[in-house]
Design a protein around this ligand. Sequence first.
Ligand SMILES: [Zn+2]
Length: 431
Amino acid sequence: MPNPEDFKLITAGRLIDARGGPPIQHGAVLLQGTEIIAVGPATEVAAPEGAPVEEFDYPGMTVMPGMIDCHTHHNGIGDGRSGDDLATLPDEVLTLQSARNARASLFSGVTSIRENGPKNLTMFRLRDAVNQGLAIGPRMVLCGRPVAIVGGHMGYFGGEVTGPVEVRALTRQLIKEGADYIKITATGGSTRTSFPLRPSFDVEELRAATDEAKKFGKLTATHCLSSEGITNSLDAGVDMIIHCTYRDADGSDNFRQDIAERIGEQGAFVNPTIHVARSSVWAIKRSAETQGNLTRDQQAAMDIGLRNLEQRLEDCRRMIDMGLKVITGSDSSWGDYKLGNTVYETELLVQAGYTPMQGVLSVTVEAAKALGIDAIVGTLEPGKEADIIVIDGDPSTDIDALWNVRDVFRAGNRIERGSAESLQSVRQQPA
Ligand SMILES: [Zn+2]
């Protein structure tokens, strides 16, 4: 039985430390317990003379920080069902589903997640279980449940409030329960009783949440499907804009340079969630393959989906060009997008204009900064937690290599990930 404080030495063909420089050829990372002790060229990194050390060698592969997904829905099933239907499931079932998702996500190389909308206490319970060793999963940055208006997006998860006093009270309640940040739905969304193009909370209500969160050192993020929702969020000093679709109240797409500039000036992070749109297009294509043709409704839904996808890619390209802090957040398992497939979102950020290396940073160090956990994870540096993945290939030149995860270390522990078949089953294939 190895001592948990023993050393581990990981060597690989190349090392990406995610500190902004080029990969180090023939790199090494030395761990002790849960912590990274040393990082550098393999010739310069070694355990102290005579100390017990377990060695892992990955010739030709890449060692890098574990991926960080800034936007997950662990309660989700990813089979196309709506949030309204999902929320009718008992909390116990949703907690079990979350455990399954957490495992799939960790196995895929994601070592930290930020959960964006679970029901009631389900994710707090899962985190407790993981901490007790009853389940496995990534590090979790939790919101408890989203803050919503009555009938608003995701109100069905248990966080409907009205007016600044109730918003403040719910914010305090969530922090009391263990929330690490506050998620607010600033516009409607797919929720049946909500209005996706209309703002939900007034600025005064949003500000009650952001002020209260700031007081306790917590970050905030808002779901925004319209330009007005983004503007209200910026007025309230929100730290991350989710979806960030520039839509007017009549549904027309209209990229707003002025609003995008404000996002940059205020230093807010942007989570564009592009693949969730593509995944719904894939789902329609897949059902067309099984039934032989598309119904008129499916054709219409696919046309809308394709236009939406194009628009999101285009908006994202502009925001990347402007130097906004665009990070990876998958929005899975939502709609047809299952957890364990975060890389699809990073891939689309690269398609929208990031270099592969910037794509890698968007799912490691930049994601860590966006979640306020960059002092702990996000890079390979001495003193940080040893959340590390090994990739067959070089993601700094080919982002698709991120699919080829060969090993995952979470807090210094190598994760036993099961058979190649079970790992393969996590991957959703394109239609
Ligand atoms: Zn979401």
